[in-house]
Design a protein around this ligand. Structure first.
Ligand code: GDP
Length: 336
């Protein structure tokens, strides 16, 4: 009886999401992210039934160090998009919230203009989750936003830690925001992240800072010429913008549109999505297998014993892993 009632709710939620109802997306995400299996399973059921309705949104990743001007930029950029009739979602990933309980992205009022817009969906990461958990939640959020018919999904992350790589693996276009004053920032942002960028935009190019920003942009453009060519055949651009003066915000969008056109013609757009889907299928599977191991008290107990034996030099870590794997294997076979 209970299940039937829930099923009705899920159907209702599904049709509300398909109608682009923002509150229902939040409700669905709360279900998916719930630690209670009955809610979590309902969330999964919803995601499954929405699969056939999946639409094609453009997914844009935006990263940069704290203070580079991400939220101010997304505010201006998202507003520009909504003014041209696009429906925009912003999913913010804050890698600090899981580890420290604190937050880099969440502490302040962000995206003042955009958050007032009734059709814009803005969601921070659920706090207290692991990077793997965050990745999954973000993928599911993207999925729901696509089903709800959003045209542009922006995924924002702080330019520290591993979260950029994760965001890069779930977006079509990756935008790196940088401050002028080069040298220092080159060290702050790892070269690998610069190599991932499809465009590099120097922020705060206004007032006294304008010339410096132009110079930095040229330096970065030169540096980027030395990077290996991209599989997308897209040649990354570097330019400046000012979110405060709304300068070059449209150039960012035009660049992204050119990228979309070019990669849809040469086939990369679709190929890239397939590569990403394959990657995430495998990642999710790995995580499920790991969870199964690490959520089993008996196996954890055995793990502790093996660790001690390894510390004492009684067995090698390889041997310990193999024994544990065998124990895991027989448990899985035993329960299925
Ligand atoms: P985030 O931490 O990357 O999200 O950065 P914020 O968007 O919060 O911006 C950090 C600071 O830079 C704030 O004080 C903003 O007012 C300022 N800022 C952001 N964009 C611009 C800009 O285009 N020009 C100038 N002059 N300041 C900006």
């Amino acid at each position: 009886m209970q299940k039937k009632h829930n099923q009705v709710d899920i159907k209702l939620l599904e049709s509300e999401i398909l109608n682009g109802d923002i509150k229902s997306i939040s409700k669905a995400l709360t279900l998916i992210e719930s630690n209670l299996p009955q809610y979590h399973n309902l969330g999964n059921e919803l995601v499954n039934s929405l699969t056939k309705h999946k639409k094609n949104s453009l997914r844009i990743g935006i990263t940069g160090v704290p203070g580079v001007g991400k939220s101010t930029f997304i505010d201006a950029f998202g507003t520009l998009l909504t003014e041209s009739g696009k429906q925009v979602a912003v999913l913010a990933i804050d890698p600090s919230s899981g580890e420290s309980g604190g937050s880099i992205l969440g502490d302040k009022t962000r995206m003042n203009e955009l958050s007032k817009h009734p059709k814009v969906f803005i969601r921070p990461t659920a706090a207290g989750t692991t990077l793997g958990g965050v990745a999954r939640a973000t993928r599911e959020s993207i999925f729901l936003c696509e089903a709800a018919g959003f045209d542009v999904i922006i995924i924002e992350t702080v330019g520290v830690g591993q979260s950029e790589t994760m965001v890069h693996s779930m977006v079509d276009f990756f935008l790196l925001l940088m401050l002028s004053g080069a040298g220092d920032e080159l060290q702050g942002i790892k070269r690998g992240i610069m190599e991932m960028a499809d465009a590099l935009v120097i922020t705060k190019a206004d007032g006294e800072n304008e010339k410096k920003a132009e110079m930095a942009s040229r330096e970065y453009a030169n540096a980027m010429h030395l990077f290996p060519p991209k599989k997308s055949e897209w040649v990354p651009l570097s330019f400046t913008c000012s979110s405060q003066e709304k300068k070059n915000i449209d150039k960012v969008w035009n660049t992204i549109e050119s990228f979309e056109n070019q990669t849809k013609i040469n086939g990369w757009f679709e190929e890239h999505r397939h590569i990403q889907d394959k990657y995430w299928l495998r990642e999710t599977l790995k995580e499920m297998i790991l969870d199964e191991f690490f959520e089993n008290d008996d196996l954890l107990e055995q793990l502790k014993l093996k660790e001690e034996q390894v510390f004492k030099g009684e067995i090698s870590s390889f041997q310990a892993a193999e024994t544990l794997f065998n124990a895991f294997n027989s448990k899985v076979r035993g329960t299925n």
